[in-house]
Design a protein around this ligand. Structure first.
Ligand SMILES: Cc1cc2nc3c(=O)[nH]c(=O)nc-3n(C[C@H](O)[C@H](O)[C@H](O)COP(=O)(O)OP(=O)(O)OC[C@H]3O[C@@H](n4cnc5c(N)ncnc54)[C@H](O)[C@@H]3O)c2cc1C
Length: 430
């Protein structure tokens, strides 16, 4: 039975999903004077997303700072996420320029720590009402616009009305489905498995990514001495891989260049994985509705950017809609601003990710830049800025960068020829 509407069931904004995107949006909206109902289907406040390697890249730093989470994360043991990447040309090792500022960084922090932390922060924010055990089961529609949600609660069904409904309910967003928002899905040609280890030392003590073309692997250093090891092979390998999951995983890691000593490490979680993880793009808004985080755009997990985009999209939404929601202005007009920003910031990244998810080798442009980045410190920093999503694809592959990469590679070839020739000469000497 739907409870009759009461004054207590009317909010400015109702958000479905209290994970990264939902909690961030609730905090940032409430701080702007908006009254928010934050609904989460799970009833445990400590619940977290297990299928994640939780590396928050540097693009997430400003919003983490705005949320007031940086100090709490550092106290909780979050690791500043420096990394090196293996390519067929050698290692790309981004380092600060001599005398220059430190490289921008984000944090590696397990979701078992991060999710409860941000949920607590949301629950403690004046203006936010966190409603656990509330599963959105339908939408209230009025005059062609979405005007609220229906939710299953421990006390039965409840209708909650609001000037704006936000879907922050992840990749398979029920809110988007109830609203009839079309989703475009793109096949992911890789599958993935991960596990957490203790006592898995990594060269230089920093995170590693292996581009094996087309297979991928990661080792991310995390809080409390935990390293997350993940492998993402081409789907063609799946039938053989699954025959002996643990054996295949260990074998894969053992064969990595500069492989971490997985045999001597202690595995502290089960293997978790996904054999089918398509990328999804949805329109981010409809009248009375906004989607944020994975509900709006689910990227390829291999780039480790979804957490940051969940937080950033929450910020873009709060900035765009709070004044209209608070002042009873034109909310749908303010949603257009959010939709435009979301598209401008993320569609280019998604297009690149969709293409790379075909489980292909590097294309000529990527070969040019990645090979130069393995040979040149400045190009390595440029690649770091893209991997950290501080710049978009157009700046990553702009003509100046391509010209510089070509010059680096030409110089490298010339030097190799000179060394080769002098090597032959010196061998010719008695
Ligand atoms: C294998 C893997 C590795 C990844 N590694 C990284 C990484 O290293 N770095 C990175 O940045 N990103 C990574 N990601 C992506 C990242 O996990 C997601 O982008 C991120 O969790 C999205 O956050 P969200 O808040 O939008 O959604 P979610 O975290 O999925 O949260 C959705 C919330 O909505 C709730 N919910 C669902 N349905 C309802 C409903 N009907 N009613 C009420 N509540 C509901 C859920 O219980 C949940 O709490 C990875 C993803 C995968 C699969």
């Amino acid at each position: 039975m739907t409870k009759p509407e009461s004054a207590g069931d009317q909010y400015d904004v109702v958000i479905g999903g209290a994970s990264l995107a939902g909690c961030a949006a609730a905090i940032l909206l409430a701080r702007r004077g908006v009254r928010v109902a934050l609904l989460e289907r799970r009833s445990d406040p400590e619940a977290y997303k297990a299928l994640c390697t939780h590396s928050l890249q540097a693009h997430a730093y400003p919003v983490l700072h705005e949320l007031g989470l940086v100090t709490a994360l550092e106290k909780a043991g979050a690791v500043r996420n420096a990394a090196r990447w293996h390519t067929r040309w050698g290692w790309i090792e981004p380092k600060a320029a001599p005398g220059g500022p430190v490289l921008p960084y984000g944090y590696n922090i397990r979701r078992s720590v991060l999710d409860p932390l941000i949920r607590r922060r949301a629950a403690d924010t004046p203006g936010v009402e966190l409603l656990l055990g509330h599963q959105v089961t339908g939408l209230v529609k009025e005059g062609g616009r979405i005007a609220g949600v229906r939710a299953w609660t421990p006390e039965g069904e409840r209708e909650i009305r609001a000037r704006l409904v936000v879907g922050a309910d992840g990749k398979d967003s029920a809110v988007a489905k109830f609203a009839g928002v079309a989703a475009t899905t793109y096949e992911n040609g890789r599958f993935g498995y991960l596990a957490h280890y203790r006592d898995l030392p990594l060269p230089r003590g920093i995170s590693h990514t292996w581009f094996l073309e087309p297979d991928m692997a990661y080792a991310f250093v995390n809080d409390d001495g935990v390293t997350v090891m993940a492998v993402l092979p081409d789907k063609k390998r799946l039938p053989d891989f699954r025959e002996d999951l643990e054996g295949s995983f260990l074998d894969f890691v053992r064969r990595l260049p500069e492989a971490p000593p997985i045999e001597s490490a202690e595995r502290i979680t089960q293997f978790t994985g996904s054999v089918n993880y398509p990328l999804v793009t949805r329109e981010a808004t409809a009248p009375g509705l906004a989607l944020i985080g994975d509900a709006a755009l689910t990227g390829d997990p291999l780039w480790g950017v979804g957490c940051g985009w969940a937080l950033e999209s929450a910020k873009w939404l709060a900035q765009a809609v709070a004044p209209a929601v608070r002042a009873r202005g034109d909310v749908d007009k303010s949603l257009l601003v959010y939709a435009r920003r979301h598209r401008r910031q993320l569609r280019g990244h998604q297009a690149m990710a969709v293409d790379f998810a075909k489980s292909r080798r590097f294309n000529p442009m990527e070969q040019l830049i990645f090979s130069a980045a393995a040979r040149d410190a400045r190009m390595a920093r440029h690649t770091h800025r893209f991997a950290s999503r501080l710049i978009g694809p157009l700046r990553f592959v702009n003509p100046v960068v391509l010209a510089r990469a070509s010059a680096i590679n030409l110089r490298h070839r010339r030097n190799r020829r000179t060394i080769g020739a002098s090597g032959r000469l010196s061998r010719a000497k008695p």
